[in-house]
Design a protein around this ligand. Structure first.
Ligand SMILES: Nc1ncnc2c1ncn2[C@@H]1O[C@H](COP(=O)(O)OP(=O)(O)O)[C@@H](O)[C@H]1O
Ligand SMILES: CC(C)(COP(=O)(O)O)[C@@H](O)C(=O)NCCC(=O)O
Ligand SMILES: [K+]
Length: 259
């Protein structure tokens, strides 16, 4: 069985893949000082709690936080006796290498999202991922990641507003009843929600104008379904896109090893 780990700047997600389906998805906050032993204590407790018979033989990691990779490598080695594949490292092959400026280190999450989306939908895609940052990944007709857009994340924007303005409270993102807010919280929620709908639709429209072929838009990340309520133009929303991409890349590397 494969343990797929997607480490973002806010959350780290572990999923067990048995070759056909994900047996469970476990989430913890990302913290670079968490040790291999601490990962295992947390992981094994939850796996036992859900009654899962996990026989992990392989581990694949995508991490936007380079510092956490060391402890995750130790975790894989110590508890599962395996050397993990780490997306972005030279030994981890990609089915479709990116075409970007020389020397650019594309976020591994974006490469993984691109592979996952291409496997399901084919090429000519915009993948929008609502994480700590909101990323737009352009996947070419042949499956290669060819660039995109990085915008501040939804929660980051709300947090920045709260931190910078003494009178603005911390608020959670939600779809407001009306655009014109009649109290501070409603005004902030409207600004972030409708501001974001405008941002995503505007960026996608401009990408489409610059790219010379019809494109489909795939949304992912926890907040994608919330924004779909605000006339964002997604052709599909897939919460497991990053995990799916990790299984695609793992399969590709396994096949390359045996051929
Ligand atoms: N379903 C959800 N509802 C509200 N907020 C969410 C949801 N899912 C994720 N978030 C928030 O969105 C932000 C990004 O989360 P996540 O997608 O895990 O980011 P990353 O991959 O960068 O770690 C975090 O602040 C998280 O708390
Ligand atoms: C843009 C990101 C910060 C998004 O990370 P996330 O929101 O998933 O934590 C990450 O993909 C990253 O660090 N990228 C490196 C620069 C690039 O992709 O060009
Ligand atoms: K992410």
């Amino acid at each position: 069985m494969l343990l797929a780990i997607d480490c973002g700047n806010t959350n780290t997600v572990f999923s067990i893949w048995d070759g056909r389906s994900f047996l469970c998805t476990l989430r913890t906050s990302t913290h670079h000082a968490r040790t291999a032993d601490a990962y295992f204590t947390w992981f094994s407790t939850l796996v036992k709690h859900y009654g899962i018979e996990a026989n992990i033989t392989d581990v694949i990691i995508s991490s936007t936080v380079p510092r956490v990779v060391f402890n995750l490598r130790v975790f894989a080695d110590r508890f599962f006796g395996c050397r993990p594949l780490v997306v972005g490292k030279p030994e981890c092959l990609l089915p479709h290498p990116p075409r970007v400026d020389p020397g650019t280190q594309v976020g591994p999450d974006r490469l993984v999202n691109s592979e996952g989306a291409y496997e399901r939908h084919g090429g000519d895609l915009i993948v929008v991922d609502f994480g700590t940052a909101t990323t737009f990944d352009v996947v070419a007709q042949d499956g290669a990641y060819v660039g995109g857009v990085i915008a501040p994340g939804v929660n980051l924007s709300l947090e920045a507003l709260h931190m910078a303005a003494a009178a603005l409270p911390h608020v959670d993102v939600t779809k407001p009843q009306k655009v014109i807010g009649t109290n501070t919280v409603a005004c902030m929620q409207s600004g972030v929600f409708w501001g974001y709908v405008g941002l995503v639709n505007g960026v996608c429209e401009r990408i489409r104008a610059e790219y010379d072929r019809p494109m489909r838009i795939i949304g992912t990340g926890g907040l994608a379904s919330l924004f779909a309520q605000g006339d964002m133009l997604f052709d599909a929303i897939e919460d497991d896109l990053t995990m799916h991409g990790l299984t695609v890349i793992h399969d590709y590397n396994k096949k390359a090893q045996t051929s």
